[in-house]
Design a protein around this ligand. Structure first.
Ligand code: UD1
Ligand code: UDP
Length: 394
C-alpha cells in the first residue's frame, strides 16, 4: 500500500474507530497518546455507538469527545443492523475525512465494519489487539470471524502478546507488519486503579459490609452462551450460595435484554445476590480488586483480573487468551452447572488451591502498550527513527 499523503501533507490524519464498552476502554489510552503529537498527527475519533449507555460511561470517564457519533444502537439489534449501518456510516466519514490510517480494535462488529469500510476506500488499517484466535468459527461468535476478517485487510497488526504474533505469522502475515505491544487494557487499568479509591452509593454498602463476606464478581454476555448455558451458570451460583454462607455475589448485568431476562429469571430476588446496572469502569475496576473470585465470559476481564491477582473462572468452552491459563491464574471451566460449581467450591473451600491461583500475573501488558503503538505508527509514517522495543523483550 502506498503511503498516500505523507508527501502531500505535513501531518497525517488518523481516525480511531470504536463502538462498544470494551473497545472504548482499550482505545482510550491510545487516543490520549495520539493526541500528544499534534504536530504530526491529526487525531479523529469516530464512534458507531453500537453500545450507547455503556459506551458513554467510558467516554465520560476518559473525557473523550468523539468527532463523529453514528448513534446506531437499537434495542435487540441484529448483526445485520450493526454491520450495515456501521459500514455505510463509517464509509461516509472516511470519504469526507480521507485519513491516512484507520485504527480499529479487537473483534466486535464495529471493528469488522470499520476495517471493511477503510478497505473499500483503500485506506490502511491498523488493528489493535490483533492475532487473538480460538480457530473455532462459532466460539466466540461472531468475534472469531470479526477479528480474522479484520486481520485480512489490516496493514499494521498490533499484537498484544508473542502468542498472538505467532498466530498471525502462521497465517502468513509478514513479520514486519506485526508489532508486539502489550494490551492497552493494562494501560487503562493502571491509570484507573489507585489505593485511596472510595466507593460511593450502593456499592459502598456492599464492599464495606460488616459481615466480612467474600465477594464473587460475575459478568456474562457472550452470544454463544445465551439461553441454556447461562441458565446452568446461574444455577451453579445458587448452589454456591447454598454451600457457603459467607459469600455474596455482585453481578453488574449487561444491558443486553437477552442477558438480563435470563439473569432475572434465575437470580432475581435471591438473597446475597446484588444484581446491579453496568458499573462505570472506575468502580468496576476497584470492585474487581476487592473481590475474592471472578466468574465471567468476558474477554477483557480475563486480562484485567490476573493483573490484580484475582483468580478467574472463564465461563466458556474456548479462550483466545491462553497466557493467563498457562500462568495459572485463569481456568477455563465452561458453562456446565456441576463444572462451575465444583471448581468454584474447591477454590472457596481450600486456601491452598486458592493461593495457588491468586497470584498477580501480567502476561497481557505493562502499561505502555499505547506508547508502543503510537511509536510504531510514527516510525511507519517516517516521523521518527526512535528505536522500537517490543513488549516482553528483556
Ligand atoms: C457486543 C459485541 C461483543 C462484545 C460486547 C462487549 C458484537 C456482535 N458484539 O456484544 O463482541 O464482547 O459487545 O460488551 O459486536 N444495549 C443497551 N445499551 C448499551 C449496550 C447494549 O441497551 O449500552 C442492548 C441493546 O438492546 C443492544 C443489545 O444490548 O441491541 C446488544 O448489544 P450488541 O452490541 O449487539 O451486543 P453485545 O452482546 O453487547
Ligand atoms: N466493565 C465495566 N463495567 C462493568 C463490567 C465490565 O467497566 O459493569 C469493563 C471491564 O473492566 C472490562 C470491559 O468492561 O474492561 C469488558 O467488557 P465486556 O465484558 O462487556 O466485553 P468483552 O471484554 O467480553 O468484549
Amino acid at each position: 500500500m502506498m503511503l498516500r499523503s505523507r508527501t502531500e501533507r505535513k501531518t497525517i490524519k488518523i481516525i480511531t474507530v470504536f463502538g462498544t464498552r470494551p473497545e472504548a476502554i482499550k482505545m482510550a489510552p491510545l487516543v490520549k497518546e495520539l493526541q500528544k503529537y499534534p504536530q504530526e498527527i491529526e487525531t479523529r475519533v469516530a464512534v458507531t455507538a453500537q453500545h450507547r449507555q455503556m459506551l458513554d460511561q467510558v467516554l465520560d470517564l476518559f473525557r473523550i469527545t468523539p468527532d463523529y457519533d453514528l448513534n446506531i444502537m437499537k434495542e435487540r439489534q441484529t448483526l445485520f443492523d450493526i454491520t450495515t449501518q456501521a459500514l455505510t456510516g463509517l464509509g461516509q466519514i472516511f470519504a469526507a475525512e480521507d485519513p491516512d490510517l484507520v485504527l480499529v480494535h479487537g473483534d466486535t462488529t464495529t471493528t469488522f465494519a470499520g476495517s471493511l469500510a477503510a478497505f473499500y476506500h483503500q485506506i490502511p488499517v491498523g488493528h489493535v489487539e490483533a492475532g487473538l484466535r480460538t480457530y473455532n468459527k462459532y466460539s466466540p461468535y461472531p468475534e472469531e470471524m470479526n477479528r480474522r476478517l479484520t486481520g485480512a485487510v489490516s496493514e499494521l497488526h498490533f499484537a498484544p502478546t508473542p502468542t498472538s504474533r505467532e498466530n498471525l505469522l502462521r497465517e502468513g502475515v509478514k513479520p514486519e507488519q506485526i508489532l508486539v505491544t502489550g494490551n492497552t487494557v493494562i494501560d487503562a487499568l493502571l491509570a484507573t486503579v489507585r489505593p485511596d479509591y472510595v466507593f460511593n452509593g450502593p456499592l459502598k454498602e456492599i464492599v464495606s459490609s460488616p459481615t466480612g463476606r467474600r465477594l464473587l464478581l460475575v459478568t456474562t454476555h457472550r452470544r454463544e452462551n445465551w439461553g441454556e448455558p447461562l441458565r446452568e451458570v446461574y444455577l451453579a451460583l445458587r448452589d454456591l450460595l447454598d454451600t457457603f454462607s459467607d459469600i455474596e455475589i455482585v453481578f453488574p448485568v449487561h444491558k443486553n435484554p437477552r442477558v438480563r431476562e435470563g439473569v432475572e429469571r434465575v437470580l432475581g430476588g435471591v438473597e446475597r445476590v446484588h444484581l446491579v446496572e453496568p458499573l462505570d469502569y472506575e468502580p468496576f475496576a476497584h470492585l474487581m480488586h476487592r473481590s475474592t473470585l471472578v466468574l465471567t465470559d468476558s474477554g477483557g476481564l480475563q486480562e484485567e483480573a490476573p493483573a490484580l491477582g484475582k483468580p478467574v473462572l472463564v465461563l466458556r468452552d474456548t479462550t483466545e487468551r491462553p497466557e493467563a491459563v498457562t500462568a495459572g491464574t485463569v481456568k477455563l471451566v465452561g458453562t456446565g452447572r456441576e463444572d462451575v460449581y465444583q471448581t468454584a467450591r474447591e477454590l472457596l473451600a481450600d486456601p491452598q488451591v486458592y493461593e495457588a491461583m491468586a497470584r498477580a500475573a501480567n502476561p497481557y501488558g505493562d502499561g505502555q502498550a499505547a506508547q508502543r503503538i503510537v511509536l510504531a505508527i510514527r516510525r511507519y509514517f517516517g516521523f521518527t527513527t526512535e528505536p522500537w522495543h517490543e513488549f516482553g523483550a528483556s
